[in-house]
Design a protein around this ligand. Structure first.
Ligand code: NAI
Length: 303
C-alpha cells in the first residue's frame, strides 16, 4: 500500500452510509484521521441525527483507525462552522475534503416544485461551497489541500426527472474548474468523482444483481487517488464496478464563418461546427479566447 495519509486530516461529508462511508473507511485505513460528517436524514434530506456518522466512527475505531463524528448539515452555515471548528480542535489541520453529501428530489420538471430545486441545490452545490469556503484559508495557510467534489452522470449527460440534481451536479464542475485555478499557487488540488454505485440512493433504480456489482468500495480507489499527494487537479474520474474513466468538457475545432455570418450560415455549417474530430479540452477561459483568435487567422469560409 503506497498511498498513505499519515498525519493528514480528512473530512468526508455524507459519510454515514453509501459512498461516503466507503471513502471514510479507506482514508482511515490508510492513516488519515477522519471526520465523519452526516446529517443522517432521509434520502430527500428530511429528518436527521448523528447515529449514522457515529456508527461509521465506531467501525473505523474498531479497525484501529482514528475518527470523530459530526452530525451537521453541510447546507447549514452554523453547522459547517461547527464542523470545521470541531475538526481543528480535535486534529489541528484539514488536508482533505471529500464533499459527498447528497439528496434526491426527483420529479419531471413540469411537476417539480421550486422548493425541490432549491433543496437539491442547497445540499449539493452550497453544501460543497460552504465547507470549501470554511476550510479554504486553512488549506492556503497550510500550503496543502485536496478537495474532491462529487458530480454525476446526470450532471454531465442528463437524466429524465433530475433537472434539479443535474443542475446541481454540473454546477460542481464549474465550481471545480475555477477553484482549481485559485488553489494552484497554494498546492490545493480540486478534482471531481463521478460515481456509479448501489446505495440507498440508487437501490430502487437498479436490479439486485447490478447493485451487487456496484459496491460503493469499488468507487473509493478513485477518490483516494484524487485525495492523495500526487493527485492531478481539475480532473474528473468516473468510477463504478472497478471500471475507471475520465470525463472532460471539450470544444470542437470550430470554423471561422466571418463577421457577416447569419443564422442561415450557422445552420448551413452546423455539421462542421458540431464535428468533434480533433476536439480540445481547454483548461481555463483564456484558452477559449485563444481558441477563437487562432481560428481568426483562417480566412472566413463564408461571406
Ligand atoms: P446515500 O444516500 O447513501 O449517501 C448520501 C449521504 O449524504 C447520506 O448518508 C445522507 O444522510 C447524507 N446527507 C444528505 N444531506 C446531508 C446534509 N445536508 N448534510 C450532511 N449529510 C447529508 O447516497 P450515495 O449514493 O452514497 O451518494 C453519495 C454521493 O454520490 C451523493 O452526492 C450522490 O449524489 C453522488 N452520486 C451517487 C451515485 C450513485 O450511483 N450512488 C451516482 C452519482 C452521484
Amino acid at each position: 500500500m503506497s498511498i498513505r495519509f499519515d498525519g493528514k486530516v480528512a473530512i468526508v461529508t455524507g459519510a454515514g452510509g453509501g459512498l461516503g462511508r466507503a471513502h471514510a473507511l479507506e482514508l482511515a485505513a490508510r492513516g488519515a484521521k477522519v471526520v465523519v460528517n452526516d446529517l443522517g436524514g432521509a434520502i430527500d434530506g428530511t429528518g436527521g441525527n448523528s447515529a449514522a456518522a457515529e456508527a461509521v466512527v465506531a467501525e473505523i475505531n474498531a479497525a484501529g483507525g482514528i475518527a470523530i463524528a459530526n452530525g451537521a448539515s453541510v447546507a447549514d452555515d452554523a453547522g459547517v462552522a461547527h464542523l470545521v471548528k470541531q475538526t481543528m480542535d480535535a486534529f489541528g489541520r484539514i488536508d482533505i475534503l471529500v464533499a459527498n453529501a447528497g439528496i434526491l428530489r426527483d420529479k419531471s420538471f413540469g411537476k417539480m416544485e421550486l422548493k425541490d430545486f432549491d433543496a437539491v441545490m442547497a445540499v449539493h452545490l452550497m453544501g460543497t461551497v460552504k465547507p470549501c469556503k470554511a476550510i479554504w484559508q486553512i488549506m492556503r495557510h497550510q500550503q496543502y489541500g485536496r478537495i474532491v467534489v462529487t458530480t454525476s452522470s446526470t450532471g454531465l449527460y442528463g437524466n429524465f426527472g433530475q433537472t434539479n440534481y443535474g443542475a446541481a451536479k454540473l454546477s460542481l464542475v464549474g465550481f471545480m474548474n475555477s477553484l482549481k485555478l485559485e488553489g494552484a499557487k497554494d498546492n490545493i488540488k480540486v478534482n471531481g468523482i463521478c460515481p456509479v454505485a448501489g446505495t440507498r440512493m440508487t437501490e430502487n433504480l437498479m436490479p439486485p444483481e447490478m447493485i451487487a456489482m456496484l459496491k460503493p468500495e469499488y468507487v473509493t480507489p478513485a477518490v483516494v487517488f484524487l485525495a492523495s499527494e500526487d493527485a492531478p487537479t481539475g480532473a474528473i474520474i468516473s468510477a463504478g464496478a472497478g471500471v475507471f474513466s475520465s470525463a472532460q468538457i471539450v470544444e470542437s475545432a470550430g470554423v471561422n464563418l466571418g463577421h457577416s455570418a447569419t443564422a442561415d450560415v450557422v445552420a448551413e455549417y452546423w455539421a462542421k461546427i458540431s464535428d468533434f474530430t480533433g476536439a480540445k479540452h481547454l483548461t481555463n477561459g483564456s484558452e477559449h479566447n485563444a481558441h477563437i483568435f487562432a481560428l481568426l487567422k483562417d480566412k472566413p469560409v463564408a461571406g
